[in-house]
Write a protein that binds this ligand. Sequence first.
Ligand code: ZN
Length: 392
Amino acid sequence: MLTVIKNVEVYNPEYLGKKDIYIERGSIGDICDDFEITSNSIEVNYIDGEGCYAFPGFIDGHVHIIGGGGEGGFTTRTPEIQLSEFIKAGITTVVGCIGTDGICRSMKDLVAKSKALTEEGITSYCYTGSYEIPVKTITGTPKGDIMLIDNIIGVGEVALSDHRSSQPIYEDFVNVVASSRVGGLLSGKAGVVNVHLGDGKSMMTYLFRVIDETEIPPTQLLPTHINRSSSLFEKGIEYVKKGGYLDFTTSSDPEYLEDTELTAAEALSKVIKSNIDKTHITFTSDGNGSMPLFNSKREMVGLGICSVSSLYDQCKSAINDYGVSIEDALSVITKNPANILKLPTKGTIEKDKDADIVLVDKKTLDIKYMIAKGNVLMEKGKIVKKGTFEAI
Ligand code: ZN
């Protein structure tokens, strides 16, 4: 069966105007002005795109898909994420990672969950390792995991400048980056190292040293949580000027930000004003980890789970609250991560790419349809496909 989206305004993420999008066998067959089927024998699912924008499916490059948290003891470990969370959030591609707990959370479990999400309908990859160096891998080295395990595309999240980090010496850190780079080269993958930056004093010192002291290109590293403080953000701006990439985390609670924390939307608006290379910026949700909940007196009253929906919510906030253009706001969750993570069939709405498309209401920007690999998973705002163990 063919699917044709009629009369929809397409952002690729550049604006293409009002078009018809024709989808066949999971890929985009064409984007044209007036698509017509001449044969009566072909079954066509027409979607009326009038009043909607079509965006490329969103890419979330940092989600604790097998659960995260655990830093308040065993009862604070968050459960596995379910497919519908991604559908609601318009996320068609996700990269899973472990976190602080590299003992009870295992790489084999992460690889299996990532494969399950791909079988259930979206596209999923993962990073090998956890906060820790030496990196706990499946094959023995980061290079081996990236080369031999199809859904592993890099290393992460390795923690630096954080009291929970394994406090690696610089040489051990750079060895991990080198192993990841070579694994990427030999397998045609990104081999990127996703670096968690905490609120410590050393900040991005090791990352600047990789640029200044080695032959490894800055594009091998993707540091995250850069919006956690204004001082880290300022370092990040310097870092992009040297050719580095930056990732902003969307899942902080805008009502209870840390002292100098910036929302991802605010950080993006500042990047755009500062005239640095905005193609080097991405957003990720850090979703499915634990999140402290506060009452109005800022007292912690319990623990919740960070939502992957914050990814697109912060894009909307960038557009609505900070005047960022739709193109710029969308790029950080579509085209930019597709380039940085070397996912050539993702991130744009183009002929022969995967048919990963999100349709949103033009006025509210709310998600109406979510299409992953050509399959409609949300229709008129209603989820029509659930994960294997979710109640319909
Ligand atoms: Zn982190």
